[in-house]
Unconditional design. Sequence first.
Length: 245
Amino acid sequence: MSDARTLVVENDPTDDVRLLGDWLTEAGLTLEVVRPHAGEPLPDELSGYAGLVVLGGGLPDTSWYEREQSLLRVAGRQRVPTLAVCLGAQLLALAFGGYVEPAAAGPEIGPKLVAKRDAAGLDPLFADVPLMPDVIAFHHDEVTELPEGATLLAASPSYPHQAFRYGDRMWALQFHIECDRDMLAGWIADSPDVAAAGLDREALLARCVQVLPDVAETWRPFAHRFADLVAGRSSARTSLPLLEG
């Protein structure tokens, strides 16, 4: 596929595509960002787009979330390679019949490790991810039930659905891989969850910044593999049947 136009849905001005965008563009994708939080309309179709990226967010306005779920279902029907991050992962789960609720273990904030599940070894994006990669967590809701037929790719003891695949071209990450220092500093400074937990903001930021090189070492190649799939330079080789309908 020569056209590598990829639609990026930015749900919150504080969570733009940032480092993930750098990694995708250096791998040859052309990113077009739509900002529903600023009143920009989401498309009804994905004609002309080879990929879809849905980012995180935490704004009180959720008026476009149903349209976003509809767009994710379009991506599933049209087999558009999709990468959904944090809120995006939760919307993807909801779009296909999963459930999202406040996390039973409370908010998950800061640098964490997640563990690959056995199925990840056969996944075109996750196969080369280390067994316990570093990630950045910043959420208080979680996917409590995966959509029927979804494949769990990564988990942690208190948050069992850290990453999953739906069909053979849609990936969801509960954690963040796109953050840089400035983004994290803003989140930590403004987060009511950080305040409620009584966390030391400077120490939390320092811990996050310390793992950013390790995050990049794992997730930059991951982003490149996703870009290869979008651009048609590789195929999604899984044993799952194609999505229907």
